[in-house]
Design a binder for this molecule. Structure first.
Ligand SMILES: [Ca+2]
Length: 290
């Protein structure tokens, strides 16, 4: 009886899973990738470095740059979020590293339509259907208002109870949040309600450049909603990987998500299950939080 009680109170270990490569695609080896988004069959990418930062529309299969707009030479591009238009044009919002300005673009033309100002550093950005989620290189994620980018809240991301910093590129998928860790090949699945990491995706098996510089790190997570897969790449990586992964049976589900029937199991690609229509705001397996 005592053993049963003790077992019931011991938190389940955070699952560590390996991504399975579905396809390997070309990626511009000159792109210092800072933000990656997939929407309606197009890949959107933000690239960094002073003097060569851009926002781009990219063919997600061939890697061809379809359109590109430069940032001012004194700005260093960072995270990128796609904001579906509700009766108006789709938007892109691109952070800058230390310049305190976020650029807002018409997603189809890359024409700038406005800016937001913010304090502190800008690293990663995603839009969850209601608000922006932003990283700044620490363990803290900031929620920002969709209309004026003002701060609406913050969470600290923890793994096994300890803060985990250097969070970089982000991806909002339904009620789940994904972040890669600067300088590492880890992608974290995070419960945005608590900041707790609920799964670790070990992407160490993916190849970067043949002779990487120290800053040619994994950085870039996009969710292909149609295929139900994820797209991962890095700074100056010649390849973009379409991947999916499985979570072990019995793994903890993020708060707000119901457990699947046992018969369905968890041995289905998480990417498929975690998909959510950004336009409809509906999740395929997670309940919508207030
Ligand atoms: Ca992303």
């Amino acid at each position: 009886m005592l053993a049963a009680i003790l077992l019931a109170t011991v938190p389940a270990p955070i699952p560590v899973v390996q991504p399975q490569v579905v396809s390997t695609r070309p990626h511009d080896p000159a792109a210092f990738t800072q933000g990656l988004e997939w929407a309606d069959g197009v890949l959107y990418e933000s690239t960094g470095l002073y003097g060569s930062s851009t926002v781009r529309r990219v063919d997600p299969h061939r890697g061809e740059v379809l359109d590109s707009a430069p940032l001012p030479a004194g700005e260093f591009g960072e995270g990128l979020a796609f904001v579906p238009g509700a009766g108006v044009a789709d938007r892109l919002v691109q952070l800058t590293w230390r310049e305190g300005v976020a650029h807002v673009y018409d997603a189809s033309s890359l024409a700038e339509v406005g800016t937001y100002a913010y304090d502190g550093e800008g690293w990663g950005l995603c839009f969850d259907g209601a608000r922006f989620v932003m990283s700044d290189g620490t363990a803290v994620l900031t929620f920002r208002d969709r209309s004026d980018f003002s701060v609406r809240g913050q969470i600290e991301v923890t793994l096994d109870g300890a803060p985990l910093g250097l969070l970089n590129e982000l991806e909002c998928v339904g009620t789940e949040l994904y972040a890669n860790v600067w300088g590492e090949r880890r992608v974290l699945r995070i419960d945005p309600a608590t900041g707790a990491v609920t799964a670790v995706i070990d992407a160490s098996g993916l190849s970067g450049p043949p002779n990487p510089a120290t800053d040619d790190v994994l950085n870039g997570i996009a969710h292909d909603e149609e295929a139900g897969t994820f797209l991962l790449t890095g700074k100056r990586w010649p390849s973009l990987y379409e991947v999916q992964w499985t979570v072990p049976d019995g793994a903890e589900a993020p708060a707000g998500c119901r457990q699947l029937p046992a018969a369905a199991g968890w041995l289905v690609a998480l990417g498929v299950l975690a998909g959510r229509s950004r336009r409809s705001g509906r999740s395929r397996h997670c309940s919508t939080k207030a």
